[in-house]
Design a protein around this ligand. Structure first.
Ligand code: ACM
Ligand code: ZN
Length: 480
């Protein structure tokens, strides 16, 4: 079974063939906790509500897959270690249909993942119908071609989700205890927004929706008051669509060149007593975060947003890079929280030869550098797929599965997870689930490529970046 239940007690005998499970509401159990009792009398599932019962059903489904009709008698008691077990899909670089997303969500639900981080805006596309600012979906959702490494086309590329479709995804997730966490990345990764509303950048000059991968220079201007008015109106519009607790506001990869050269941004720094551009980013994030908090939401940001040292402690920080200079630790010491999504473990856009199934499984959920107190502030972990180089559904699926299942177990079992070898065996026993849900998962021989295969896959992946792009990326990184 994946994730491995906390307690399994085997008892004598098997359940009567063809038994249907009887479901019971047990108010004393935690929201995600469940029990399964399989005895000679029958099969009983308990949970305090729909989510617990759904988890009990998924575990039972896996047991049936392993044992067929001869279900051995046992008692299972189970609950998760971490409350935040998330999967992210980037629908900005490439658009994936509602049908495909539902397939991915259904599969994730089977492994008890409970947050869908939906990356809906980036330099290369804005993907949601917006009532207040229709230029976003009319202009921001279309680019003049794909120049993503070896993934190239000169045809116009576009697509967005209608408000009705967003509701369909949110409701579909809700059926399986999954909350949608939308991400509108800012102040960087906003070129598609600026293509429709260029007056919001520092230069105010026209830009086109991005066609290639990489880090883009244009940011939201943090000096102009109009920027904040726009973002707040936009958030009001998006909050109608996304009712969940968390809202991701990005904050990664924002090179500060434009801010340094902008009189409005410089004036803002002076007025607010901000000593450098990092602190200006902290100020920017805090303003947006406060707006969300005033509407009862919890904002999430990428870890670059803590570099200024002035981030509001109520913001959850999602780590994808190392905790440079102990800045995350300082945020946690102030009472902040963290979500783990380390690039070397959790990023499924890289081939298995670069980030293997074992790498995902070996994610450290209580990093020593956080200290004891900090480790307690970890909400959970996330697996991710960025899609610059992924256009096809089958490719998306084979890169994500079964790596997403490994993260699901990391989040559920925490530090006390079984050995990786044990995980592989259990995964093999339920591999039929991928077929059942129509998912094109990577088969066992591809999970942990040997050195030669890894070198081949790495070389192939590296072909996506020219020398010039590598250089540009390095320079942009230095200014983040
Ligand atoms: C990221 O990968 N830029 C969060
Ligand atoms: Zn500016």
């Amino acid at each position: 079974m994946i994730p491995q239940p906390k307690k399994i007690k085997r008892t004598e005998g098997t359940a009567p063939q063809g038994s249907l499970a009887e479901e019971r509401i047990c108010p004393g159990l935690g929201g995600e906790e469940y029990r399964i009792s399989i005895s000679r009398e029958g099969i009983y599932l308990s949970g305090s509500g729909e989510t617990g019962l759904f988890y009990a059903r998924t575990t039972l489904e896996q047991l049936r897959m392993m044992h067929g009709e001869e279900l051995p008698c046992m008692e299972i008691e189970d609950w998760p270690d971490y409350s935040y077990r998330s999967f992210q899909i980037d629908c900005a670089r490439h658009y994936f249909s509602v049908e495909e997303l539902k397939k991915m969500i259904r599969m994730a639900a089977e492994f008890k993942l409970n947050y869908f981080h939906w990356h809906i805006s980036d330099d290369q596309g804005w993907r949601i119908e917006c009532k207040r600012y229709p230029g976003l979906h009319e202009i921001g959702s279309v680019r003049q071609g794909d120049h993503f490494g070896t993934c190239r086309s000169d045809e116009k590329y576009g697509g967005y989700y209608s408000r009705r479709e967003v509701g369909e995804i949110v409701d579909y997730c809700g059926k399986f205890g999954i909350e949608v966490v939308p991400e509108i990345d800012m102040p960087g990764h906003v070129t598609a927004i600026l293509a429709a509303y260029p007056e919001l950048s520092c230069l105010g000059e026209p830009v086109e929706v991005g066609r290639k991968a990489g880090i883009f220079k244009e940011l939201f201007c943090a000096g102009k008051e109009e920027t904040f008015v726009f973002i707040e109106n936009l958030l009001d519009d998006m909050l109608e669509l996304f009712p969940g607790k968390y809202f991701h506001i990005g904050g990664d990869e924002a090179p500060k060149e434009r801010w340094r050269g902008c009189p409005c941004c410089q004036k803002r720094m002076e007025e607010e007593g901000l000593r450098n551009a990092q602190e200006l980013q902290g100020y920017f994030c805090n303003r947006i975060a406060s707006y969300l908090q005033s509407r009862g939401r919890t904002p999430i940001v990428w870890n670059e947003a803590v570099y200024g040292g002035n981030l509001n402690k109520g913001v959850a920080v999602q780590l994808w890079t190392e905790d440079k200079d102990n800045q995350i630790r300082a945020h946690l010491d102030k009472g902040g929280t963290a979500i783990l999504a380390m690039v070397d473990h959790c990023y499924c856009d890289y081939p298995y030869g670069m980030h293997s199934l074992k790498d995902m499984y070996d994610l450290e959920t209580a990093p020593a550098e956080f200290g004891e107190h900090g480790a307690e502030s970890v909400l959970g972990a996330e697996c991710l797929v960025w899609t610059e180089f992924i256009r096809e559904n089958d490719r998306l699926e084979e890169l994500c599965w079964p790596r997403f299942a490994a993260l699901a177990e990391v989040g559920w079992c925490g530090r006390k997870r079984p050995s990786y070898e044990d995980f592989r065996e259990r995964l093999s026993a339920v591999f039929g689930l991928f077929e059942k849900y129509g998912i094109h998962a990577t088969k066992i021989e591809g999970w942990d490529p040997d050195e030669e295969a890894a070198a081949r896959q790495t070389a192939q992946f590296q072909m996506n970046f020219s020398e010039e792009e590598r250089m540009e990326a390095r320079m942009a990184q230095e200014d983040i």
